[in-house]
Each structure stands twice: as C-alpha cells, then as structure tokens.
Design a binder for this molecule. Structure first.
Ligand code: BV8
Ligand code: ZN
Length: 257
C-alpha cells in the first residue's frame, strides 16, 4: 500500500523539506508533466473561477460559457469575454509561470521531457516563454467564425464591435472550449499520453472539478507516477498526492528550481 510520502500542513519548516525533496526528484526523472488551473494566474491579478471573488461567483457558467448561451445572447457572452481579455492584457505572468518555463528549459538541457497541460485560456504561460503547451480549453486570444469556421488570433482589447464579425459576415466566437463541448482532439490525446508515461506530475492551482481535465492526475497515478499538488487550499485530487505543497504557486514554484 503506497503511503503518501509527506502531507504538509502550512508549517513552513515542512514545506521547505518537501520542496527540497521534490526538487531533488525533479532533477532525477526523465519525464515531468504539469497541469495548471486558474490558481497559477491568481497572483497576476486574474480572478479564479471558484475562489472567494471568483468568476463563477458573479457569473453563471451556464449563462456565459456554453454554446446555448452564445446562441441566446452572443453580445452578452462577448461582453464577458471582452472584459476578461482587457483584464488579462493588463496582467503580467508571475514567478509561477516563469518557473515552469525554466523547468522545461532545464529538462530539455538534460534531454528529459516536460509537458505543460493547462486549463487556462489567458495565454500567460505563452508570455512567460513556455512552448508546446497543451491548451485543453482553448485560448481567449483566438476567435473562430461560426459561419465559415475560419480561426484567427485577435488581440484587440477592447474589441471595437461586439459581437465581432468575420470577413464572411458571420459572427466570430471566442476560441475557447465551452461546457458541453468536446476538448480539441489531438490536444486531449497528447495530454492523456503524456500523463500515462510520466514519472512525476505537478498539479498546480486547480480545484480539479472540471472534467475530463480533472481526471488526468488519476491517469498519471495509475501509470505509476508520483503526484505533487501545489495549492493553498484543499483540492479534488489531494488524496492522489504524494506531496501536497500548501502555498501560493508564485512563491513555491521558483523554489523548485
Ligand atoms: C465535455 C474555458 C463532452 C472557457 C472551461 C464528468 C463528471 C461531471 C461532469 C462532467 C463530466 N464530464 C463532463 C462533464 C461536464 C463538464 C464539467 O466538468 N462540469 C463540471 C462543472 C462538473 N465538462 C465539460 O462540459 C467539458 N466538455 O465534457 O464534453 C463531449 C464529448 C464529446 C463530444 C461533445 C461533448 C468541457 C469543460 C471545459 C469548460 N471550459 N474554460 C472559459 O474559460 O471561459 S472550464 C474553466 O473552469 C477553466 O478552464 C477550468 O477548467 C475551470 C476552472 O477550474 P480551475 O482552473 O481549477 O479554477 P478554480 O477557480 O476552480 O480553482 C482554482 C484553484 O486554485 C483553487 O483550488 C484555489 O485554491 C487555487 N489557488 C488560488 N490561488 C492560488 C491557487 N493555487 C496556487 N497558487 C495560488 N496563488
Ligand atoms: Zn467566416
């Protein structure tokens, strides 16, 4: 019966030992997978979804992040996404984003593999220099035509016209995955594949409540990987964890380097 190697409560002493233990382990393994959620962008000023001033507290996902909501009132949905784009454009990546980009560089330097899987649509990982991201839920800076299906990058914030239109005249929708919509095919398969062959999985800043993303830690665990959780609060996958680092990812991740 595999015993969680160390469950840490917020006694900094313990966090230190566990960070050094995890840092050592990360320097030895050939493959690392990380899964991030809204929590990694919280210290950049982007509200999380379920946090105390989270997006889902003020706005209902059903009313704004579903194809039905867009069909019902595309202008309302775009007002929400335009507001979030303006917020994100003013934000900067934080120490957590940069630490993961550096971890990937170090893994590459020792010809190990590093896969960054994110539920975030904010693009802050890209701006921190991370490459070959697996964006499970799309990208808020992409727009897709509901008529001709053309997808393009659009970083205009605020948008001049809501809803924005495609050259073909049809409306554009945000390039994100809404509830009830399938995750981007290749991206999901590659995420599952990476989790099923990794040695360590870091799960950072997610409540692990949205599926199928929340099921990836179990895929890794069942394949024999060790799982480390970085989150100031309990999350849906703590029981799968070998390490629980209770703290802010912007403070903890740089200390893994
Ligand atoms: C699908 C894009 C099928 C849009 C998003 C199984 C069981 C139950 C339900 C389902 C199931 N399978 C499917 C479902 C339905 C649904 C679902 O999961 N519902 C939930 C609510 C129960 N899933 C779907 O609909 C998915 N699609 O299943 O399609 C299908 C198959 C074939 C063909 C057709 C259809 C699609 C889900 C994707 C939805 N889109 N985002 C947008 O952003 O507007 S989800 C969105 O919410 C985010 O992307 C993210 O995934 C989720 C929010 O979760 P988190 O990121 O974890 O954020 P949260 O606020 O919850 O937590 C933040 C955490 O950070 C907290 O724990 C906090 O403590 C911590 N934290 C805070 N500060 C810090 C920190 N951590 C570290 N440092 C800090 N500083
Ligand atoms: Zn079009």
């Amino acid at each position: 019966m595999r015993v969680a190697t160390s469950i840490l409560r917020p006694f900094w002493g313990c966090v230190d030992d566990s960070i050094s233990a995890l840092r050592r382990a990360l320097n030895e393994v050939e493959s690392i997978v990380t899964l991030t959620g809204a929590g990694i962008s919280a210290e950049s000023g982007i509200p999380t979804f379920r946090g105390k001033d989270g997006l889902w507290r003020k706005f209902s996902p059903q009313a704004l992040a579903t194809p039905e909501a867009f069909r019902r009132d595309p202008k309302l949905v775009w007002e929400w996404y335009d507001w979030r784009r303006c917020l994100i454009q003013k934000a900067e990546p934080n120490g957590g984003h940069y630490a993961l980009a550096e971890l990937a560089r170090r893994q590459a330097a020792r010809s190990g593999s590093f896969t960054l899987i994110t539920q975030n649509v904010d693009g802050l990982h890209d701006r921190a220099g991370s490459q070959n991201l697996l964006k499970l839920h799309g990208d808020i800076w992409l727009v897709r035509c509901v008529g001709c299906g053309k997808e393009q990058c659009n970083e205009e914030a605020p948008l001049k016209e809501l809803p924005p239109r495609c050259d073909c005249g049809a409306w554009l929708r945000p390039g994100v995955v809404w509830f009830g919509e399938e995750l981007p095919r290749g991206v999901w398969e590659r995420a599952v594949e990476a989790c099923s062959r990794t040695k360590i999985m870091l799960v950072i800043g997610t409540s692990a409540t949205v599926y199928p993303a929340a099921g990836l830690a179990k895929v890794a665990r069942n394949a024999g990987a060790q799982v480390a959780v970085v989150n100031p609060d309990p999350s849906g996958i703590d029981d799968l964890a070998d390490w629980i680092l209770r703290g802010l990812s912007g403070e903890i991740l740089p200390r893994l380097l």
